[in-house]
Design a protein around this ligand. Structure first.
Ligand SMILES: [Cu+2]
Length: 257
């Protein structure tokens, strides 16, 4: 197995941070619809996106998303809050984070609550857990290669997990998502890109069709380049970079050396 490159204390201290909160409360891509009354028309449990217009609201047919926007019918759709922004559902045109190839970053995954568990899978790269709920992880997880991070109340989970991740190669578009299939099927996933150094324009969004693939413009969140600056300042008020790396004197098995 190719060893992961070493992490230095200086790299950790200078890393960009990003915060992703997984939970309920997503906005939709449309303007919010004000709905005051609703009753079900037929099926009591529509659970597929294609099962639209099952509800009758003020004499108008409505789909599940519109129905769930009623306060009394919360919870709202799944979504991810990035760097303190709004909770957003999946949009393949939207770049939520744009790390630069070769950079080391520190990502914070947070459980939005309500007793849910999310096993968050980050594509393409493996990270190393630095802290979970503010504490260093158990021995068997320290410096291990991880691409799934467990949020929730189950074993080896926490309300928050912080990991270091280095984007070594392969610029382009990738995904993070909850691996509970019912959550990811309901849009609990997001796009992020590995940019080339100096890249100013986001990668185009592929639009696969029967006759081939076309490409359209992408949009980026305001923090896609900068990350979560506030969290970056706060994290090292509570942690010493040297404590998060391998202790001196351990073997080469420890990739922080
Ligand atoms: Cu989930």
């Amino acid at each position: 197995m190719i060893p992961l490159p070493a992490i230095s204390a200086a790299e950790l201290e200078n890393a960009k941070h990003r915060t992703f909160v997984y939970g309920r409360g997503a906005a939709t891509d449309m303007e919010p619809v004000i709905i005051t009354q609703a009753r079900m028309k037929n099926s009591p449990a529509p659970n597929r996106p294609g099962n639209n217009f099952t509800y009758d609201i003020n004499g108008q047919s409505a789909n599940l998303t519109e129905f769930e926007q009623l306060p009394v019918h919360a919870p709202k759709p799944w979504g991810i809050e990035t760097d303190g922004g709004d909770s957003l559902g999946m949009n393949p045109h939207r770049v939520s984070a744009a790390p630069v190839m070769g950079d080391l970053e520190i990502w914070h995954l947070v459980n939005g609550g309500n007793s849910w568990s999310h096993n968050v899978h980050v594509h393409i790269e493996e990270g190393r857990i630095l802290t979970r709920d503010g504490k260093t992880p158990p021995e068997w997880e320290k410096w291990a290669r991880k691409d799934i991070y467990r949020l929730g109340h189950l074993d080896d989970s926490g309300g928050e997990v912080t990991f270091a991740i280095r984007f070594r190669e392969f610029g382009g578009t990738y995904m993070s998502h909850c691996h509970n299939t019912q959550h990811e099927d309901h849009a609990l996933l997001q796009r992020w890109d590995v940019n080339n150094p100096g890249q100013l324009k986001a990668f185009l969004t592929p639009e696969p069709k029967w006759n081939g693939c076309t490409y359209t413009d992408s949009v980026t969140l305001p923090t896609a380049a900068s990350g979560d600056v506030e969290v970056a300042q706060d994290f090292f008020n509570h942690n010493q970079a040297s404590d998060l790396l391998c202790p001196s004197g351990v073997t080469a098995d420890c990739p922080g050396l």
